[in-house]
Write a protein that binds this ligand. Structure first.
Ligand code: ADP
Length: 480
């Protein structure tokens, strides 16, 4: 079976979050299961900066975007047996960020990603890739099924591949004014309430949902939640109509990157049979974050996250004074909204030696936090899947999570007697409930044997991509 996997970001080439991790790992697992897979993504500045030796396909495509035509040059790179094609057009993609400036999205995002998606379709035709399945992701890939069906000029196309569309986060739908619809060159009939139209606007994610043969999302619980108004972001009614072709598949994690037994960022590696290295990692983390190293035997809470409301930062702002009344230290790595940057900097001034923050994106530090923290906090308001809680399990860093989406699927609450479960969950999105679960965790932390057993239970769980890949292959095979 041949699969073309289209993503607006792929790790390690260019990344802003979980989508890149999935796009970096799932295709590998599919290939290991015997599928023939290639990927397509934009040629962003980080891809140039990281110095990959890309090869030229010699292909230059002419891509219509409304009344204008732009050239797309195509290069490729092979990594771990997978070919990734890069759509190059510097005026669109050679920018500091992938999607946005600190305070607003790039104004030409609609044109940029129409261009990218059309170039992907044109490339398949130009190279005669003839895949069985085209799998695209998120709003930046939401129009792929429409361009496959109607062609990049909107006048039809012969090939009829089967299509799968994955929602990694329903909160980002790619909504643009209806007056810009002409950029798509699609027939006007697609601008209907059944397909792309959404309150007079064009909704790219709805395009993927309405036109793909199968729609998947990244956990079972989230697949149910998005049918409810509370989580449906305005599309719950529509998603309910198509729920017979909607599947929830929990993401895997890439244990070749996230393994405390072979993690070169850690001060010392460790595994479930010998956790002594974790204490070294904690000392190292306290040092790196300039925290009080004498507090090595007190619980250290870690967090790595985009600093936005839905990751639970509004709750954290309310809860932090109470959290810090406990005998804990806290390290936070993230970037996002300015008000949360300021709050975190204020916290580090209020609790010097106990609260450390690093604003920015830092791979190495994210590994050190997984290795060095005792507890990993993920209080997300909603969470399609979430990856860090699964990394945390492997690193023996006990997760405390709000019981939503993938957090609910992957974390089982520690039982009353402390002998079952792999983390702590709170059910209502309130600081009281968060604090109650933290206090339960701190109580168990004071019982070293029970805590050690809890760490080991998590470390032995397997969330590898092999399992998730099998579920995706079943979806591919079941398209009629
Ligand atoms: P989302 O995709 O919603 O941001 P996920 O939990 O699915 O959330 O994935 C986030 C990924 O990005 C994780 O691998 C996490 O470690 C990483 N990440 C997030 N913020 C940072 C940061 N500031 N520095 C390093 N890695 C980060």
């Amino acid at each position: 079976m041949k699969v073309v996997y289209i993503s607006s970001e792929i790790s390690p080439y260019a990344s802003t979050g979980g989508l890149a991790d999935v796009a970096g790992a799932l295709p590998k697992a599919l290939a290991e299961s015997g599928l023939d897979v290639c990927r397509i993504m934009p040629m962003y500045r980080p891809v140039y900066d990281k110095g990959y030796s890309l090869q030229d396909t010699g292909v230059t495509l002419k891509i219509p975007v409304g009344f204008r035509t732009y050239k797309a040059h195509i290069r490729f790179h092979e990594m771990e047996g997978i070919r990734t094609y890069f759509v190059e057009r510097d005026e669109f993609f050679d920018r500091r960020e992938l999607y946005s400036l600190p305070d607003r999205d790039y104004e030409d995002n609609f044109e940029r990603f129409i261009f990218f998606q059309k170039a992907a379709v044109a490339l398949m035709d130009e190279l005669g890739l003839a895949p069985d399945i085209v799998h695209s992701n998120d709003w930046q890939g939401g129009l792929v099924p429409a361009f496959l069906e109607h062609g990049i000029q909107g006048i039809g196309r012969a090939a009829k591949e089967k299509t799968v569309f994955t929602i990694h986060n329903l909160a980002y739908q790619g909504i643009f004014p209806g007056s810009d619809y002409a950029y798509t060159n699609l027939p006007f009939s697609c601008f209907s309430i059944e397909q792309l139209e959404f309150y007079g606007n064009v909704n790219c994610l709805k395009g993927g949902v309405s036109m793909a043969d199968r729609v998947t999302t990244v956990s079972r619980r989230y697949a149910e939640e998005i049918l409810q108004p509370e989580f449906g972001c305005g599309l719950d009614g529509y998603l309910t109509k198509i729920q017979d072709r909607l599947h929830g598949i929990v993401n895997g994690v890439d244990y070749s990157v996230w393994d405390p037994q072979a993690d070169s960022y850690l001060a010392r590696t460790y595994g479930p049979d010998d956790l002594s290295g974790k204490a070294e990692c904690k000392k190292d983390l306290l040092k790196v974050m300039k925290l009080d190293r004498r507090r090595g035997n007190r619980p250290l809470i870690g967090m790595v996250s985009r600093m936005v409301d839905h990751k639970g930062f509004d709750l954290l702002v309310q809860a932090m004074p109470e959290i810090m009344k406990e005998d804990v230290s806290f390290v936070l790595l993230g970037s996002g909204m300015k008000e949360y940057h300021e709050a975190a900097q204020e916290w580090s001034r209020m609790w010097p030696g106990r609260f450390g923050v690093y604003i920015g994106y830092n791979d190495e530090l994210s590994h050190k936090i997984e290795g060095g923290a005792d507890i990993f906090l993920m209080p997300s308001k909603f969470e399609p899947c979430g990856l860090n809680q699964i990394y945390s399990l492997r690193y023996g860093t006990v997760p405390i999570v709000h019981a939503v989406g993938g957090l609910d699927d992957t974390i089982q609450d520690v039982s009353e007697d402390g002998t079952g479960g792999n983390g702590f969950k709170f059910n209502t999105y309130t600081s009281d409930d968060l604090l109650a679960s933290l206090r339960r965790a701190l109580q168990l932390y004071r019982k070293p044997d029970a805590w050690r057993a809890l760490q080991r239970r998590g470390m032995k769980q397997d969330y590898s991509w092999t399992r998730a890949a099998k579920e995706y292959i079943a979806v591919y095979e079941n398209i009629g």
